[in-house]
Design a protein around this ligand. Sequence first.
Ligand code: SAM
Length: 215
Amino acid sequence: MARRKRPLFARWYPDAAARLEARGLAEQRARLLAPLEGRVLELGCGFGANFPHYPAAVTELVAVEPEEHFRDLARARAGELGRPVTIIEGTAEALPVESGSFDAVVATAVLCSVDSQAAALAEIARVLKPGGALWGFEHVGSPRRARHAFEKALDAVLWTHLNGGCHLSRDTLGAIRAAGFDTSGIRTERFAFLPFPVSKSPHIVGAARKPAPTA
Ligand SMILES: C[S@@+](CC[C@H](N)C(=O)[O-])C[C@H]1O[C@@H](n2cnc3c(N)ncnc32)[C@H](O)[C@@H]1O
C-alpha cells in the first residue's frame, strides 16, 4: 500500500523543531554522528537538521525523504552548507538504493513515523554493508504501564493523525532486536522532543549493528 502524503506536517515541523535544536538537540545530533565515516544513507531527513553535523570522514551522503516539501528544504540546507547531499524520493520500507552499499544508515525520529517498522528494518539491514550499523535516536513508549496506556490511546485518537504519522507508544528497541540487530550499542536517555514545555521522554540513542547473515 502506498504511503499517505503528509504535506501539512512538513509545513509546520521545521519551525517547531528549530526551537528544539537550540535547546540541546543540535548537540545530541553532533554527538551521535561524530563517529560516522564512509558512505552514509539518511532516512527521513526532514529539513536536513542532521546535515551540519556529519564529520568530514563521511565521504558520501545520500538522503531518502518521502515528502516533497521536506526534500526542497533539505536541498536548500545542503546548498547553504556547501555540502553535497543526494536527496531522493522514497520510503524506508522500500529503499531505492542497492543492497550492501552503505557503511551506516541514520534515522533520527523516523522509526516513530514509518508505516511498518519491520519492513523498514529489513530494508536497513539489506542496504548496509557487512559490519555496518543503524545510527539514530527515537523517542519510545514509556516503561510505566499507565503512561504507556495513555500514549497508546492518544496515538489512536489524535497524535498520529496530527503529527505526520508519529507514534508516542512504540517499542522501537524491541522492533530493532526482533529484526536481528545487535543492540548493545544503544542506550536509553531522557530528553524533550517536543518544542513546548513537557516532561522529558525516554529515547533510545546509539548504534545497532547489522545482523550477521544466517548460514
Ligand atoms: C519527526 S520528522 C524527523 C525529521 C528528521 N529526521 C529530524 O531528525 O529532524 C519524521 C521524518 O520521517 C519522515 N518519514 C515519515 N514516514 C517515513 C517513511 N515511511 N520512510 C521514510 N521517512 C519517513 C518524514 O517525512 C519526516 O521527514
